[in-house]
Design a protein around this ligand. Structure first.
Ligand code: 6PG
Length: 251
């Protein structure tokens, strides 16, 4: 099993956004100096919104190597890019439209596609082209950003979904009946676990139970199966989400 999580507990969502923005800039700076580019998969949902907003303004926007940054998405909903539930749409409105990243370096999943399998295959091809991988090889992201659902899902890897067991495909179309927008697309666990660094962001008391379940029990929930084989796994959680962890009071 891959690396255990390094858990950082911060005071509140504001502190989480600041810590996450700092971590993203550090990962980007390191990747560009080591490999000449920074390839990141962004998370969707609400938690990362405040982090993206910080990346769009000083001091972080000036420190980000936008010209050398390539943006992908860890998952997407089956909606058009301008839909309120689009992960791409949220990131575009919050940061990507506000910073000098070349549009040719932003790769969204075509959630609006008639045939979800086609859209998933297209995205897998985009990844293979961008990372220069051949069939059977995994793209190694410099950073994958993830959130955590109250049911233990991450990206669009939901408990009980057969896609959680996918070991070959890099991108899958998923039907998640209980999810907001049941049609989903997701990077698969092998891609998440091939990353050089995974940053998982969690805030709010409603996540306290699932944070405890994910961090302290054997890997049954999808989010617990994110253990990068050789990469670093960092959880940044706020005090409310950490409330049920052992020695939570000491923080
Ligand atoms: C999505 C996300 C999903 C999200 C969790 C947490 O498309 O919804 O990728 O995995 O990270 O559901 O969502 P919140 O941040 O809104 O709690």
């Amino acid at each position: 099993m891959g690396s255990d999580p390094h858990v950082t507990v911060v005071a509140d969502p504001e502190a989480l956004a600041e810590a996450a923005a700092r971590a993203i800039v550090e990962a980007a700076t390191e990747a560009v100096s080591a490999r000449g580019s920074f390839k990141v998969a962004l998370a969707g949902g609400e938690t990362p919104r405040a982090t993206y907003a910080r990346l769009a303004g000083p001091p972080w926007s000036e420190q980000m190597p936008w010209q050398r940054t390539w943006v992908f998405f860890g998952d997407e909903r089956g909606v058009p890019p301008d839909h309120k539930d689009s992960n791409y749409g949220m990131a575009y409105r919050t940061v990507l439209s506000r910073v000098p990243i070349p549009s040719a370096q932003i790769f969204r999943i075509r959630g609006e596609a008639e045939d979800p399998e086609t859209a998933a295959a297209e995205y897998a091809r985009d990844l293979a082209t961008a990372f220069g991988t051949r069939r059977g090889e995994l793209p190694r992201f410099d950073l994958v950003l993830l959130g955590l659902g109250v049911d233990g899902h991450t990206a669009s890897l939901f408990p009980g979904s057969p896609v959680v067991k996918e070991i070959f495909r890099t991108v899958a179309a998923v039907h998640a009946a209980a999810a907001t927008v049941p049609q989903r697309f997701t990077l698969t666990l092998p891609v998440l676990n091939a990353a050089a660094r995974v940053l998982l962001l969690v805030a709010g008391s409603e996540k306290a139970k699932v944070v405890k379940a994910t961090l302290s029990e054997p890997a049954t929930l999808p989010a617990a199966m994110v253990r990068p084989a050789t990469g670093e796994l960092v959880w940044i959680i706020d005090r409310a989400a950490a409330a049920l962890l052992p020695n939570a009071g000491a923080r």
